[in-house]
Each structure stands twice: as C-alpha cells, then as structure tokens.
Design a protein around this ligand. Structure first.
Ligand code: 6R9
Length: 661
C-alpha cells in the first residue's frame, strides 16, 4: 500500500477528529467552560458580544422579552454599523487592507482597498445617496454583482441609516420588481454587467426590466464594471453613473447617523416553501454583535488575518461573513467576482496562495465540485497559510468533509460546519474550532448561549440518539425581528408550530427553523435537511440527506440527490440522481456500489428503486440542489418553476432520460 492510500484509509475510517494542536495554540477561544458560563449567565452572556461594538449611547437592557416573540436586544443603546465597520479602525489600521477584491479576468489587477480608502469611498457614496434624496429609513435596493462598490454601497446605506435590501444579481427582473414593490423601495443600485467564465455579461437590461415593473418611480445608480467590454448602454435621466457621483462628491464626509439598537439595518428577502418571498428584518445592534462575535469565536478571525468567504454578497452568508462580521473586527476580507473554475479549476487555490488566505469558508456544493475536479488542482498551490476551513448552506456528508480536511486543510485546519439561516443572522450550531472535537457530517453542539434542541412532533426533547425537528428555545441577539410589514406571517412561519401563541411568557415561545435533525450522546446535532425533504417509505421516516450521504459514500460517486417518489404500495420510494466522477463510465458497477452502500449504512428499506445517472443536478443560484424538481420528474408531474435555477436546461434532459424519451 502506498503512503497515499494509507492516509486515505485511515481518514476514511476515522469518525472523530480532534482540533489540530497548532490551531488550538493560537485560537480565540479554547476554554470549554464557556458553555457552562454562558448558560449560567444567560442572557447577560451576550454583553461580551455587545462589547465588541463601539456604542454612541450605552444600552440599558440586554434583552427585553416582555412581548414575545418580538424580542428586543441591547435596548436604549445607539450606534452606527458603518462607523463600527470602518471609522473606528482608522487609528490603528488606516493603511491595512479592508477588502481584497479579486476580479475574474486574470489580466486585470486586483484591488486592495485599505480601511482609509474604504472610509473615503463610503463617505463619498453616502453623500451621493443623500443628494439623490435618500433619507433615514428609506429602503435602498441593490441588484449588484460582486463589484467592490457593493460593500461600499452597503456601508454607505448603513452610514445614513437607510436599510438596504439586496436582491441576488442572478435573480430575475420579476424577482427584483416584486421585492422593490414589497419594500416600497425607490432607489436601486446595480451595474452594467459582470464577467462570468470570461464573458462580459449584460446585467443592466435585466435590472431595467425589473424597474419597469415597479409601481412607483425609481432612481438608479449604475456601476460601470465592464468599461469597453460593456453593452453600449446609454444612461437615462433616472440613472446615475456611480463614478460620476463619486467624482462629484470627492472628499465629502458624512457624519454616521446615530441609530437605535433596534433600528432596521437591512431587509433580506428569502423564499418560503410557498407564496411570496419573506422580507426578513435584521436590526443594527443585535445583528452586528452576532456576526462580529461568531466571526471571532467560530471563524477565529483576528485583525491580521486575510479571510476569504466564497459566497456572494447577495446571500445572507455574504452579508454576515464577507461584509459585516469581518469588517466589524477590522480584518482583511476577500471577495472574488467570478466562477471557481475560471480560467481553471484551481482558481480558489490560486487566490489562497497569492493572498496567503488564513480562513476559507465555502459551501458543500462547492466542496463536492472540488472533489469531482480532483486533488491535482489544490496540489498545484501552497495552501499552508490556511488555518481554518468552514462550510455552510447544506448538510455536508462525511466523504466531502474528509476530502476538504485532507486536500485543502492538509489535516492542519479544523473545519467548522456551521448551521444557520437567513433568519438567524449568523451561526447557531457549530463546533468551536479550538474547543470541540469534530465529527464529519455533524454540525456539532449549539453555540454557547444558544438553546437549540431536537424535539419530537409534540415538542418534547428527543433522547440522545433520537431524531426529530430542530428548534431554538430561547431568543438570541442576531435573530430576525419580524417579516417586513407582516408580523402575523412571522408568527405563523416560525413560531406557531411549537409555541403557545396566546401566552406572553417567553418560555412558551419556541422558534422552528423547519429543519429535521438528529442528536447524539455528546449533544452533537446533525441537521438532515428541511423537513419538506423527509421521505416516508413504508411507514419508515427517512431523511433524503441521510440516503444521499450513503449514496455519495459509494466509490466513483461525485454527487447525488435523493428524492421520495410516489409509490402505490410503499407510499414513497427512493430515487437517486447521481453524478459520476469524471472518467468513470461503468454505470452497472457503480449501481451495485450504491445499492451496497445504502444497504450498509441505512438498510434495505432505503435502497433506491431507481438510480439515474446525470452530468449535472438542478441547482439554485446559491448552489442548493432543487430536489422538488427531481421529485416532480420522478412523479411524472408537470414541472414547476425553474426560473431560479442556475442550469434550467438540465431539467429537460433529466426528464427525457427518466421518461425514456
Ligand atoms: C446560511 C444559509 C438556510 C437553510 C437551513 C438548512 C440549510 C445551512 C447548514 C444547513 C445543514 C449546515 N443549512 N447550513 N444544513 N448543515 N451547516 O444557508 O441560509 O440560505 O437561509 O438557508 O440551509 O436547511 O434551514 P439560508
């Protein structure tokens, strides 16, 4: 056996990983006593998070829980988020890099924006927004690709107390119009276009189409990203060139507006299972304290780090962990404009190597792609600057976890598998990287001070080893405060399931994130997926994620999605959609591997009745597999909406394959 196979076998058989000693030595938190300490001092334990911020007026009360579930945190305090993310770092760090911006074209130079420069740009743009008519509390919408002006725009809004509402640039004109109408937003910031896999894509046409469907007047700011590669747009009277505005306000300064702790910092629309998108409302102090505290304690961020999160700012992960958390701590945050496989599949590793990135935070879907592309790509680069790895967005199976740990982390970096949601503002369930052992596939214990529990259908906590639904039994500072203009839906969506909604006792209120979960004897929580992903085969409740994990563990499987298909006798039966590793073509052999793996890990009950090989899976633009569509294909149903997919064309191909056309 070669040394390489020895290593792979050893890692494959290992279920528990201790935090690497070299990491623990320097970690921001290493004392396991933090769990007990926070429990005993709850909710005052969150004063430490508030202390990470600079306040204009000190807060009077840590938690006001007099009107559940409308909790308020750090009440009486005032502060400004832009001041906290920029100004206060100037004395020490004016010449240090705040944002490393990496464009997709490799012949273009990157921009290293220092805190001093960021301060200047945020002030100038804040002044420009005011001149356009933006007042405190006006909602400013952004439909922006990953240009450097994006974080500048967020912070400029925060500076003048105008909540932002970011709509992911990949979303359609209709999605943009819906969200602008819902928030009554009269201002839009967008760009002419952006580069994707080498092509200069037009973006402004789509934003304009959206604006045409908004039921009130809109002033638009357009960032010129493409220059000579642009699409020949001439700006109209209601459209303002970003660079012109900046030039017209050169050297302008704007006093940061003193905001109440509970004033809205931003809105973020997120999709529910049905109906209209939900406008999740986050506030200034609680959200900023939460993202700063978790960046420090979970991502181990220190001011001298170069941290890189590969998310898009258009999602909550980008808001919390590219912009607000890292900048509140005064570190260097990296943003990359383009595709991970452009010009080649080593782009992220090239960035890590060039910038000496210390933390890398990405999603399981990306990790599965890295795995499919092969270890040769990271092997081209020196990744020894990395100290910590993170994952978020979906459950991660042990196999990609171990690949990430071995081939990216070189067994020297802890991995934090962070469970959280748009609604939670920041991390909720994850190991503390310098404290807890890691168990691949399991996110870990709830954070100190977070009372997450796995309960059964009646809301009773399940015993160790049990499965049920994830709940959060106590409020936390980063939580959403409501759904914009819709308190009723807020209660209905998140609280009604497990709360006594008539009660004014906070003990009777339980937050329900709609995820299924298991808990083990050490209190580690494994999130198995949205409860709408549960399949019931002959009365056996199975999580599609569990079965997927088994399928993916089979040799030569790169990625898989499992759905429950309607079945006359069993109620539901399992269909697996599978991507093979490149270069593998013996489908029959892999089919056997998969059947054996599922039987071994879960039992014959979970064995897929049908295995469909496909080159791609339908994915949303944020990288989540759209299992609903696969289920519709399996059930021979009319296909629902595919407009939010990154690769809508694959759906018809899979459908043709399944229906034998
Ligand atoms: C941050 C983000 C939230 C949903 C959430 C859950 C899934 C996120 C996860 C995870 C298992 C993890 N999810 N992180 N599942 N393990 N580490 O992704 O927010 O886009 O609102 O999605 O994502 O199902 O409920 P959002």
């Amino acid at each position: 056996m070669t040394e390489e196979t020895n290593l792979e076998t050893r890692i494959a058989e290992q279920d528990v990983f201790e935090p690497p000693a070299s990491f623990v030595e320097q970690a921001n938190v290493t004392d396991a006593g933090i769990y007990e300490e926070f429990e005993e001092n709850w909710p005052d334990c969150w004063e430490g998070a508030a202390d990470l911020l600079s306040w204009d007026e000190d807060y009077e009360t840590v938690l006001d829980d007099s009107n559940p579930p409308f909790y308020e945190w750090f009440t009486g305090g005032t502060l400004n988020a832009s001041y906290n993310c920029v100004d206060r770092h100037l004395p020490e760090r004016a010449d240090e890099v705040a944002i490393e911006w990496v464009g997709e074209p490799t012949d273009e130079s990157n921009r290293s924006i220092t805190y001093g420069e960021l301060h200047r740009e945020v002030n100038e743009f804040a002044a420009a927004l005011r001149d356009l008519g933006v007042s405190e509390d006006d909602v400013v919408t952004m439909h922006m690709p990953m240009v450097a002006a994006h974080p500048v725009a967020l912070l400029a809004c925060a500076r003048i107390g105008a909540p932002h509402s970011v709509v992911f640039a990949g979303f359609s004109a209709e999605a943009l119009a819906d969200r602008m109408n819902a928030a009554d937003s009269e201002y839009l910031i967008t760009a002419d276009g952006y580069y994707r896999r080498g092509d200069p894509l037009d973006h402004l046409s789509k934003s304009r189409e959206g604006v045409a469907d908004v039921d009130h007047d809109v002033e638009t700011v357009v960032v010129d990203r493409l220059g000579d590669d642009g699409h020949g747009h001439d700006l109209r009277a209601d459209e303002h060139d970003y660079d012109d505005l900046m030039a017209a306000h050169e050297g302008a300064t704007v006093e940061p507006v003193e905001r109440d702790a509970e004033d809205m910092l931003f809105l973020m629309y997120t999709s529910g299972t049905t109906g209209k998108p939900k406008g999740v409302k986050h506030t200034t102090a609680g959200y900023l304290a939460w993202t700063a505290w978790t960046s420090q304690n979970v991502l181990d961020v220190k001011p001298e780090d170069t941290y890189f999160c590969s998310a898009d700012i258009g999602w909550i992960t980008g808001h919390s962990y590219i912009v607000y958390g890292p900048l509140a701590l005064g570190t260097t945050t990296t943003m990359y404009e383009g595709a991970p496989d452009y010009p080649e599949q080593d782009r992220f590793w090239e960035i890590v190597d060039d910038l000496d990135v210390t933390q890398f935070y990405t999603a399981p879907t990306a990790i599965r792609s890295f795995m499919k592309w092969g270890a040769e790509y990271p092997e081209r680069h020196d990744l020894s600057s990395l100290r910590l790895l993170g994952t978020v967005g979906e459950p991660i199976n042990p196999k990609p976890w171990k690949w990430y740990y071995t081939h990216i982390g070189g067994e020297e970096c802890p991995i934090v598998d962070t469970w959280w949601q748009t609604e939670t503002g920041g991390h909720m369930v994850t190991t503390l990287p310098g404290v807890n052992d890691m168990k691949p596939g399991s996110a870990g214990p709830p954070l100190p001070g977070v009372d997450a529990q796995v309960v059964d259908g009646d809301g009773e906590e399940v015993p160790a080893g049990g499965a049920g639904y994830l709940t959060v039994q106590k409020p936390w500072p980063g939580m959403l405060r409501t759904l914009y203009n819709n308190d009723e839906r807020f209660i209905e969506e998140y609280w009604a399931e497990y709360s006594d909604t008539e009660s004014d006792d906070p003990e009777d209120w339980v937050y329900f994130p709609e995820d299924g979960a298991k808990v083990d004897e050490d209190g580690y929580i494994t999130v198995v997926g949205r409860v709408d992903d549960v399949v019931n085969v002959s009365g056996h409740r199975l999580g599609t994620m569990e079965i997927e994990s088994a399928v993916v563990s089979a040799d030569h499987v790169a990625e898989a999605a499992v759905v429950g298909a309607d079945h006359d006798v069993k109620g539901e039966t399992i269909h697996a959609y599978v991507i093979l590793e490149s270069g593998v073509d013996d489908e029959e052999a892999v089919r056997k591997h998969i059947e054996n793996a599922v039987e071994d890990k879960i039992g014959p009950i979970a064995r897929p009745e049908r295995i469909v090989f496909t080159p791609e899976l339908p994915k949303t633009r944020s990288g989540k597999i759209m299992r609903r569509l696969l289920e519709e294909i399996s059930d021979g149903e009319e296909l629902g909406d595919t407009s939010t997919l990154r690769n809508p064309e694959i759906v018809r191909d899979i459908e043709a394959e399944v229906r034998g056309e």
